[in-house]
Design a protein around this ligand. Structure first.
Ligand SMILES: Cc1ncc(COP(=O)(O)OP(=O)(O)O)c(N)n1
Ligand SMILES: Cc1nc(C(=O)O)sc1CCOP(=O)(O)O
Ligand SMILES: [Mg+2]
Length: 229
């Protein structure tokens, strides 16, 4: 696959769902939840099979393939969290790594130019290094308190997003951590190209409606930005 154009990546980040089997309410099929969320407006998906009770080995691979098929049928990029070998095994559209995972430069070398590489950054310096090492986009968080990642850093609000844009960093950015329809607009206003969520969609009474509201936050932000220009 050819390397994604920056603008394609930026557009894909708009409503970025992250999910693994343990994020789904009991009795809910992750593939069905994902299908509904994409129908509502999810534009990118990350398979994050992590934490107590998560799947491993063949079961993890099988779920990855099922969720990838849902994404493929709807033209939504399928990104794998942390596990570069799994990403390669299923020919994922991309991989997301953090500062404590395999280094971005090594990931880029393993997956090649055609795959999307996302990297978490918590400072302007980390952001610059990740981009120099081949990252296509940066995950910035946690913006707000999150109950979905026990080892998350302290919430930092939207300050780093503003600092990155002020520092001249134009790369695609996605905010993450405690984002929901009611606060997504503030994340976009601070300079993010999109919002990345787990619980706002997976724990919503209607994942489709939650995704629709998150997509609407982006549309409302675009309208107010157009009025200013
Ligand atoms: C889009 C996005 N941004 C940040 C993260 C967090 O990555 P990381 O810091 O490696 O933490 P884990 O998700 O691996 O626990 C992410 N996954 N996605
Ligand atoms: C996976 C992840 N990474 C974060 C970071 O700050 O890097 S916060 C987070 C969890 C996001 O889940 P929710 O939308 O339910 O708050
Ligand atoms: Mg990680």
């Amino acid at each position: 696959m050819l390397r994604r154009l920056e603008e394609d990546v930026r557009r894909a980040l708009r409503v970025y769902l992250i999910m693994g089997s343990t994020n789904c309410p009991a009795g809910v099929d992750p593939a069905e939840l994902l299908r509904e969320a994409i129908e509502g407006g999810v534009t990118c998906f990350q398979f994050r099979e992590k934490g107590p009770g998560s799947l491993a080995g063949e079961a993890k691979l099988e779920l990855a393939k099922r969720l990838q098929a849902v994404c493929r049928a709807r033209g939504v990029p399928f990104i794998v969290n942390d596990d570069v070998s799994l990403a390669a095994a299923v020919s994922a559209d991309g991989i997301h790594v953090g500062q404590d995972d395999e280094p971005a430069a090594s990931v880029r070398a393993r997956v090649g130019a055609g795959a999307i590489v996302g990297v978490s950054a918590h400072t302007v310096d980390e952001a610059r290094r990740a981009l120099a090492d081949g990252a296509d986009y940066l995950g910035i968080g946690p913006i707000f308190p999150t109950g979905s990642k026990p080892d998350a850093a302290a919430p930092q609000g939207t300050r780093l997003l503003r600092d990155l844009r002020s520092a001249g960093i134009a790369a695609p950015l996605v905010g993450i951590g405690g984002i929901a329809p009611g606060n997504a607009g503030s994340v976009l206003a601070a300079g993010a190209d999109g919002v990345s969520v787990i619980s706002a969609i997976t724990l919503a009474p209607s994942p489709r409606e939650a995704a629709r509201l998150l997509a609407g936050a982006g549309t409302a932000w675009d309208r107010s930005r157009d009025k200013l220009s």
